[in-house]
Design a protein around this ligand. Sequence first.
Ligand code: OMP
Length: 266
Amino acid sequence: MGFFEDLAARIDSRDTMVCVGLDPDPDRLPDEVRDAALPRWQFNRRIIDATHEYAACYKPNAAFYEGADGWRALAETIAYAHGKDVPVILDAKRGDIGNTARQYANALDRADAITVNPYMGHDSLQPFLSREDKGIFALCRTSNPGGRDFQNLELASYDEYLYEHVARRMAEWDEHGNVGLVVGATRPEELERVREIAPGLPFLVPGVGAQGGDVEAAVEHGRTVDGVGVVNSTRGIIFAGEESDDWDRVAGTAAKRLRDRLNEYR
Ligand SMILES: O=C(O)c1cc(=O)[nH]c(=O)n1[C@@H]1O[C@H](COP(=O)(O)O)[C@@H](O)[C@H]1O
């Protein structure tokens, strides 16, 4: 089975479209894991234990795993999530010339899907696109304020915005049914527009929770007609219990609450 079939099965069987982000910011880790060997891994293990029943997938962001210990923590985290039958999207936002991209694509040996930055064009994506069993989420309309700087530039020769063009192209380049798009919940009208352009592509929708995005729009437009698509929250789940001794249990409750809220609109 390919990644999106696995993801669809998980969404259905667990009745959830929550993607739990795993960004273990060292400055926010609880004291009790700080002194452990591999604190980021110890933190993630407890978060996974508390959240996995509500998780359609996990999304560790590579920025939080720099350094030798970081990569070990990431490898342990991915293996542990797999042990709970939860697919893992590596949020690495890769994109480089083909020769280099081929090396970046090796990250897919461990993870089930990856985020990519399509700015360098088709050859930079080819090593990812050709991994038929893996998922590729291309940045389309990002959730951050600066997302408009380039993504909302109008392309005179195509009579559309750059983010619209990216959506159209990614749909064309999806030869193996393994392409999805990253579209932020902070721009509901654009989320709707991207859904119109690329009806068949599953979305990874970040920006709810800490970034205040629109949950209803995320559910309405994030899914294909077959119901495939996920909504990510990271800090709003993993640090929900930051002030509590019971931080992992509170994270589990936050994941459950988001699942229930998303399901109200499904
Ligand atoms: O590719 C992403 O996941 C991503 C794209 C985007 O447009 N906006 C965005 O916030 N993200 C990532 O999604 C996560 C959001 O974290 P929270 O804001 O804490 O929920 C971070 O890992 C971001 O890097």
